[in-house]
Design a protein around this ligand. Structure first.
Ligand SMILES: [Zn+2]
Length: 333
């Protein structure tokens, strides 16, 4: 049956959910006394779902937080359609109770606490846009989903955040959303549009003073690293996030090594990253499908995070690839 989000009952129910969520978010201690502009070094991450902040950028966040950087995380949906891997939480899924989104607000709050994220927002407020599920699934047709969001509204929502916290550096996914998920693709599009609009003095002056982000990054997993992870998972003989794939070509993801510009070494914060991942128990359980990879690759595979600089001037590099080691490389603060 098509979902009629416009019916009075649906709107009333959605309002209740939003009120509950707003209360839950208000209770997050980090949200209360945060002033980004008090710190000179400011980083903005735009992610699609709760847990995305950990897998691709958790070590970077921990590195920056430990350095005193003001880290702002914007999450675009509550991840309502995520696959629940913890059996005792299976009833929360959208096909049963459909309360996974609310549950994940709590998981995300714990992850933010572990990683040291001082400022977390849901784009447009909690529950404004709903998880769209994987490409081609019925969730894509739900009018409330992020994939169907109005571009003018999403852009304005993110511009408001950018102009408020004034990050020198922002990061999101590449144009394929790293692996083709509609919400990740949309997060990319929204971030690109908002970074441009935020710097344009003629765009919505009511949303604050213009701010120009100095460097914009896309998260990246070098194909060589991905192949190594795949080989490790295969060798373990256990089920993994890679399914039946034999090579990187079968996965439809991974960044050619030559397009990678930056590698942040967060191995010293490896345990923090893993703890933050495990805070998302509905999605990750006890590590489940990530475990062969985590065990096999250890802190190197999961502790070093890669990026492609998409806007701004590349800073000085180091090591055999000449990669930047720091997202703020070359920026005068
Ligand atoms: Zn995601």
């Amino acid at each position: 049956m098509p979902i009629d989000a416009g019916s009075p009952q649906a709107v009333a129910a959605a309002d209740d959910v939003l009120t509950e969520l707003a209360d839950a978010v208000d209770a997050m201690p980090e949200a209360a006394d945060f002033t980004a502009l008090d710190t000179p070094r400011r980083l903005l991450l735009v992610h699609a779902h709760p847990d995305d902040e950990t897998v691709g950028t958790g070590a970077t966040i921990a590195v920056e937080a430990a350095r005193g950087t003001a880290v702002t995380l914007v999450t675009c949906t509550l991840g309502e359609r995520g696959a629940v891997v913890a059996p005792d939480l299976a009833h929360l899924g959208w096909e049963q109770d459909d309360t996974l989104g609310e549950h994940r607000v709590g998981e995300l709050a714990e992850s933010c606490r572990i990683l040291g994220i001082g400022d977390h927002r849901f784009l447009g407020g909690p529950g404004r846009w709903r998880d769209s599920d994987m490409m081609g699934n019925p969730g894509n047709d739900d009018r409330r989903c992020f994939w169907q969001a109005d571009q003018a509204e999403t852009t304005a929502a993110l511009v408001e955040v950018i102009r408020e916290v004034r990050p020198q550096v922002a990061a999101t996914y590449d144009a394929n959303g790293a692996y083709g998920h509609p919400d990740h693709i949309q997060a990319h599009r929204v971030t690109e549009a908002a970074v441009t609009a935020a710097a344009d003095a003629s765009y919505r002056p009511d949303l604050g003073e213009p701010w120009s982000v100095t460097k914009l990054y896309w998260t990246a997993i070098p194909r060589s690293v991905l192949q190594q992870a795949l080989d490790t998972a295969k060798a373990s003989g256990e089920a993994s996030i890679f399914g039946d794939a034999e090579t990187v070509d079968d996965l439809g993801m991974g960044t050619p090594d030559e397009l990678v510009t930056t590698a942040v070494d967060g191995r010293a914060h490896f345990d923090t990253k893993i703890a933050a991942m495990l805070a998302h128990r509905s999605q990750i359980g006890d590590g489940g499908p990530f475990k062969p990879m985590m065990d096999g690759l250890g802190d190197r595979g999961f502790g070093i995070e890669h990026y492609t600089l998409s806007r701004g001037v590349r800073g000085p590099g180091e090591g055999e690839h000449g990669w930047e080691a720091d997202l703020f490389a070359g920026i005068e603060l």
